[in-house]
Ligand binder design. Structure first.
Ligand SMILES: [Fe+2]
Ligand SMILES: [Fe+2]
Length: 275
């Protein structure tokens, strides 16, 4: 079954699409259903995307010349998609900065962090880090695509950005992984890097969310924080629901297409007219 799904997606090069989203002043600061906590968590994530995805691209590009033609073509599609994500999230981040949020500070912080890791980590570790974080984006995308209630409260104009990104993250979710298996193949490097990046991802997403809430003077709104944590961790528990998908990465036989998101991707492409 997985082999068939995998072969289907291996035969399709991820297609970069230029979107040119427009974010106008009528979009509220709390674009995620009027909820400051969820809006700032996802704005914090968006703040990390341009520099983070540039790192992903560089780590995969390092190996591009050594790949066979089919995988090299997949990598070209991956690079094109991530470049467009960076561009659109930059536009969104600039828009959120006009509301007084310190998006530039987050972008510079992530950029400096990525430069540090480029110097300190081996190419194998950099690629394993990309695979780990691509697994995070893949399972977040899977959650969004398969649970319409998750994104339902969003402002429609911002929702389109997140669905487009979720669709493309699903389309290319196996590319960095396949390059890693082809060129490195070490289970120890892949799994240990995931453990490290899981802690970093949780810490820095929390830190950047805190910075955004603090800039608004609402970092100690305990009722908002309790409601937000409850929604993510308990009921409906969006993060908790991702636990099994997250852990699957640690199986030695793991491959991203063991989680078949084809039907949900097809549905949301039709909704947004994405071909
Ligand atoms: Fe992306
Ligand atoms: Fe990606």
């Amino acid at each position: 079954m997985t082999a068939t799904v995998r072969a289907l997606h291996d035969s399709k090069r991820p297609m970069p699409r230029r979107m040119d989203f427009v974010f106008d002043d009528s979009i509220p600061m709390d674009w995620f259903g009027g909820d400051p906590f969820k809006s700032m968590v996802l704005t914090a994530l968006s703040g990390t995307f341009p520099e983070g995805e540039r790192f992903f691209v560089d780590s995969v590009r390092h190996y591009q010349q050594r790949l066979g033609p089919a995988l090299a073509s997949q990598v070209s599609g991956f690079i094109g998609q991530e470049a467009h994500h960076g561009r659109e999230h930059n536009a969104f981040n600039d828009f959120m900065a006009t509301k007084g949020l310190p998006m530039g500070k987050i972008d510079r912080f992530v950029g400096d962090g990525m430069q540090f890791l480029r110097k300190r980590l081996s190419p194998e570790r950099q690629l394993a880090m990309t695979c780990a974080l691509e697994h995070f984006t893949a399972i977040l995308a899977e959650m969004a695509l398969e649970n319409p209630d998750f994104f339902a409260p969003m402002d429609e104009r911002v929702k389109a950005l997140w669905y487009w990104h979720a669709i493309e993250e699903s389309e290319h979710k196996a590319v960095a992984f396949d390059v890693f298996q082809d060129q490195v193949g070490s289970y120890w490097i892949r799994s240990s890097q995931m453990a490290i990046n899981s802690m970093e991802f949780a810490f820095f997403t929390g830190l950047h969310t805190y910075q955004l809430l603090k800039a608004r003077g609402i970092q100690r709104d305990w009722r908002m924080l309790r409601r937000g944590f409850r929604e993510f961790l308990v009921e409906p528990g969006w993060l908790r629901k991702m636990g099994k998908a997250y852990l699957s990465y640690y199986k030695p036989s793991f491959h991203p297409w063991q989680r078949d998101t084809t039907a949900a991707m097809t549905h949301w492409k039709a909704v947004y007219g994405i071909t």
